[in-house]
Design a protein around this ligand. Structure first.
Ligand code: ATP
Ligand code: MG
Length: 411
C-alpha cells in the first residue's frame, strides 16, 4: 500500500472565495484503489514555494498529484516549476501543439499564440489528453514515484484522472480494493452511540471506523480493504451487522441514505400516504420529503400553520385548547396531526410545534422545546423534545425527529 499527497495550485484557492474541492474528490478516488492520502497542500502561484513543495513531496510520498496552474497565462506555473523540481527538461511537443491548434479550430477559433505553452512537455512524461479543455495533463514515473499534473477545472481534471491515472495506480497498488459504507443513526446521543459500539469496532483495524457528528444525526463511516471488492464488502457486512445488533432501530440507513429517503421508501413500499402540518419548521419537513424523486406517490400535502388562527382555521385545532395549553403543547401537536390527516384523508398525519428561538422562550416553555406528533387511523402519539442548538439547528433537528417518529411507526 503506498501513500499519496495532493498539491492544489492556484492563488485563487487561498482567497476566501474559492475552495479546493478537487482534493476531496481525488482523495475518494485514491482511497478506492487502496492509496492513502497523507497530506494536502494548497500553494499560490509562487515559483519558489511551489518548487519547495514539490521537492518535499517527492521525498515523502509515493504518489504526488498536482492540480491547477496548467493554463496558458504567465501565472500558470505548474509545468515549469514541476520540471525544475524534478530536474527534467521541458520542450515543445509538436504533436501536442498541433492537437491544441486543431482543438481551437474545432471550437471555431484561432489558437492564441500564448496557448503554445500548453504544448511544453517534460522529458519522459506521458501526455494526458484533455477532451474538455485545452491544457493536456502529464503523468510520469520518477525514482519509483508517480507524479501526475492535472488541470484545475474539475470538469477537465476528473475525467482525465479516471481515464489515465487511476487505472495505473490501481495496478501498482497491487489490486487492493477499498469499500465504504455510511451508517446513520437517529434518536441517540453521541456518547450513547460510542458507548454501545466502541467495544465492537475497536477490535478491528480493517474495517476502519470513523464516527462523525453532523447537525442532525450521527454517521458511522466504515472503510474496508480486501483483495477483491467482494472481500471488502464482506468485511463491511460483518462489522455493520454487529453495530446494528448494538444500536437496533436507531440505525436508519446503511448506505448513507437520508432520513427523507428512508421514510419515503417505507411509505412507498407500504402503499401509504402522508400529510404534514408544520409550525416551527415552517415547511422544512415538506421540503425535505419532496426533495426525493417520486415523493408525489406518497406525499399529499403540507400546511404551514404558523399562527394560532391558522391552526384553528386550517386544522380545526380548538381555540380553547390553544388558549389553555398554548400552541407549543402535546395536545396541540396531536390536534394538528389529526387535523391535517382528516383534512387530507391520508393514512398518516405528521405535525410539529415548538419554540425555535432565539426569542419567545419562557421558563415553562424554553427555546428548544418541540412536540412532534403522528396520527394514523388507530391512534395518535407524540414526543416531547428538548433540542439544543440555535434556531437553524432546532428547526433541522425538529424536522428530523418528526420524520424519525414516522420511520419507527413504519418498521
Ligand atoms: P485553465 O486552463 O482554466 O487556466 P488551469 O489548469 O490553469 O486551467 P487553474 O487556472 O488553476 O487551472 O484553475 C481554473 C479554475 O478551476 C479555477 O478558477 C477554479 O474555479 C477551478 N479550480 C482550480 N483548482 C481547483 C481545485 N483545487 N478545486 C476546485 N476547483 C479548482
Ligand atoms: Mg489557470
Amino acid at each position: 500500500m503506498f501513500t499519496a499527497e495532493i498539491i492544489a495550485v492556484g492563488s485563487e484557492l487561498l482567497t476566501p472565495f474559492r475552495m479546493d474541492t478537487n482534493s476531496l474528490w481525488l482523495t475518494d478516488r485514491l482511497n478506492s484503489v487502496g492509496v492513502e492520502v497523507k497530506l494536502k497542500t494548497i500553494v499560490g502561484d509562487d515559483d519558489a514555494r511551489l518548487e519547495e513543495t514539490i521537492r518535499d513531496a517527492l521525498k515523502r510520498s509515493g504518489v504526488v498529484v498536482l492540480t491547477g496552474g496548467l493554463g496558458p497565462t504567465e501565472d500558470d506555473i505548474t509545468r515549469k516549476i514541476a520540471a525544475r523540481a524534478l530536474g527534467r527538461r521541458l520542450s515543445l511537443d509538436e504533436r501536442v501543439l498541433e492537437e491544441i491548434r486543431a482543438k481551437f479550430l474545432r471550437w471555431g477559433r484561432k489558437m492564441p499564440e500564448i496557448n503554445a505553452r500548453q504544448a511544453m512537455v517534460m522529458e519522459g512524461a506521458e501526455v494526458l489528453p484533455n477532451p474538455n479543455g485545452s491544457a493536456p495533463g502529464m503523468y510520469l514515473e520518477h525514482d519509483s514515484r508517480v507524479v501526475a499534473l492535472l488541470p484545475g477545472p474539475p470538469r477537465e481534471m476528473k475525467p482525465m484522472f479516471d481515464t489515465h491515472v487511476l487505472p495505473k495506480l490501481a495496478s501498482r497498488a497491487g489490486g487492493v480494493r477499498v469499500a465504504r459504507r455510511v451508517l446513520r443513526v437517529a434518536g441517540l446521543g453521541e456518547s450513547a452511540v460510542d458507548e454501545r459500539i466502541a467495544p465492537v469496532y475497536t477490535q478491528y483495524k480493517n474495517p476502519q471506523t470513523t464516527i462523525l457528528f453532523t447537525n442532525t444525526d450521527i454517521e458511522i463511516h466504515l472503510t474496508a480493504q480486501g483483495k477483491t471488492e467482494q472481500e471488502a464488502e464482506l468485511l463491511l457486512d460483518g462489522l455493520s451487522g454487529q453495530i446494528e445488533e448494538r444500536l437496533g432501530d436507531a440505525v436508519f440507513a446503511f448506505r448513507g441514505e437520508t432520513m427523507e429517503e428512508v421514510v419515503g421508501l417505507r411509505l412507498a413500499v407500504g402503499g401509504f400516504n402522508l400529510a404534514v402540518a408544520e409550525s416551527c419548521t415552517g415547511g422544512l419537513i415538506a421540503h425535505r420529503l419532496t426533495e426525493v424523486p417520486g415523493s408525489s406517490n406518497y406525499f399529499m400535502e403540507g400546511v404551514v400553520t404558523y399562527s394560532n388562527e391558522a391552526k384553528t382555521r386550517l386544522l380545526g385545532v380548538p381555540e380553547e385548547m390553544l388558549e389553555r395549553r398554548g400552541a407549543v403543547s402535546a395536545e396541540v401537536a396531536e390536534a394538528m396531526a389529526e387535523g391535517v390527516k382528516r383534512r387530507a384523508s391520508t393514512d398518516f398525519g405528521l405535525a410539529v410545534t415548538g419554540v425555535a428561538g432565539p426569542g419567545g422562550g419562557t421558563q415553562e416553555k424554553p427555546v428548544g422545546l418541540v412536540y412532534v406528533s403522528l396520527a394514523d387511523d388507530a391512534h395518535t402519539e407524540h414526543r416531547r423534545l428538548m433540542l439544543p442548538g440555535d434556531r437553524h439547528l432546532i428547526r433541522w433537528r425538529a424536522s428530523q425527529a418528526a420524520l424519525d417518529l414516522l420511520r419507527r411507526r413504519l418498521i
